[in-house]
Design a protein around this ligand. Structure first.
Ligand code: NAD
Length: 362
């Protein structure tokens, strides 16, 4: 049997608890994984002066595959996001977020089965920003005015939104290849090209060019991002593979998580040519940290994606089936699921007891 070494990043807040639950479930399948712990996050600032010490990237480069818990990013101040830095350093240009209904989660909708493919390296997440009042910001404002590109208030902070042909081509191409491989019928490209002509407009143009190569094999349509949000809420069963630039992908994926029962159950993967990092969509939920109460489902379903990536399809299927059974029975579930289903958290179980219930079904 194959042996794998996977980089494990427990992360901040609820990260250590939910990754512990995930490792126990994966180990119980019998797949032979050595977890190489290489932690990142806010808690490392004091010792290393950075939330992302070099050993993390080195470990992932060596092992090619990593799974992580969420990492805290202070809003508006301090270091930039560890997640964004990892995606850039390893060129993980795909953020894959499958959104599917699992009975028992108390979700508003049934039968949802959407694959979100979010571009992961550019757009407003490129990290090219100019602080309000800085000499660079003022110079840029003066440049825009001199070029007749428009007037920007002098007390503005500025974040740039670069969208390239290279970045758009490879993400749309990935969406179509995914559709072909997984027998999906349609790819929808999401944008705001009517307003943002040179960034989203370019994304749409490239999407159409790539789509033409798949004509007759996979259908294509494009939708404006605001109409997308309404369409998803009105009729989530009507969507298949959806490809989006970075920011819209971030927002729409939380919206989609809400359609199927919330952040606690939404998994994700960051994939590049050489490396892959699997992680839940949700954040570090600090108010729930250290209490053995957070829902580890999203982390466990991220491990399902990881096992599929490693070619361990049978183990992935077994975990998915066990999760479905435990949630459908509704007895051993965490506080969030219990509350959605019954209006009260009474009778809920903790993070590790929920993992035990899944392990018992494997
Ligand atoms: P969050 O996802 O951490 O929490 C929002 C709310 O969702 C929580 O209060 C909680 O009620 C609920 N929730 C989330 N995950 C849950 C789980 N597993 N079980 C039960 N309930 C859960 O979002 P936030 O509060 O905006 O962010 C907290 C921190 O996490 C921030 O520093 C943010 O930057 C970071 N973050 C990290 C990642 C990542 O590492 N990939 C992603 C998003 C946010």
């Amino acid at each position: 049997m194959a042996n794998y070494t996977v980089t494990l990043i427990p992360g901040d807040g609820i990260g250590p608890e939910i990754t512990q639950a995930m490792c126990r479930v994966v180990d119980a399948t019998g797949v032979d994984i050595t977890w190489e712990v290489a932690d990142a996050g806010a808690k490392l600032m004091e010792e290393y002066g950075t939330p992302l010490p070099d050993y993390v990237i080195e470990s992932i480069k060596k092992n090619k595959v990593a799974i992580k818990g969420p990492v805290t990013t202070p809003v508006g101040v301090g270091f930039r996001s560890v997640n964004v830095a990892l995606r850039k350093a390893l060129d993980l240009y795909v953020n894959l977020r499958p959104v599917y209904s699992i009975p028992g989660t108390g979700a508003r909708y049934e039968g949802v089965d959407i694959i979100l493919v979010r571009e992961n390296t550019e757009d407003l997440y490129a990290g090219v920003e100019f602080e309000e009042g800085s000499a660079d910001a003022l110079e840029l404002i003066a440049f825009c005015e001199a070029k007749g590109a428009g007037t920007i208030r002098k007390d503005s902070g500025i974040s740039l939104k670069p969208i390239s042909i290279t970045g758009s081509e490879r993400i749309v191409h990935y969406a179509f290849e995914y559709a072909l491989e997984h027998n999906r019928k349609k790819v929808t490209a999401v944008h705001k090209a009517n307003i943002l002509k040179f960034s989203d407009g370019l994304f749409l143009r490239v999407a159409r060019e790539v789509a033409a190569k798949y004509e007759g094999r996979v259908d294509f349509e494009d939708k404006i991002v605001d109409a997308t949000c309404m369409g998803l809420v009105l009729d989530p069963g009507n969507w298949d593979v959806v490809v989006l630039p970075n920011l819209y992908g971030d927002i729409v994926s939380d919206l989609c998580a809400g359609l199927v029962g919330g952040l606690g159950i939404a998994p994700g993967a960051n994939i590049g040519k050489d490396y892959a990092i699997f992680e839940p969509v949700h954040g570090s939920a600090p108010s729930h940290a250290g209490k053995d109460e957070a829902n580890p489902t999203a982390e466990i379903l991220s491990a399902v994606l990881m096992l599929q990536h490693l070619g361990e399809k049978e183990a992935a299927e077994r975990i998915l089936k066990a999760v479905r059974e435990v949630l459908a029975e509704g007895e051993y579930v965490t506080y969030d699921i219990k509350r959605t289903n019954t209006g009260s958290t009474e009778g809920c179980v903790g993070t590790q007891a929920y993992a035990d219930a899944i392990i018992a079904k494997l």
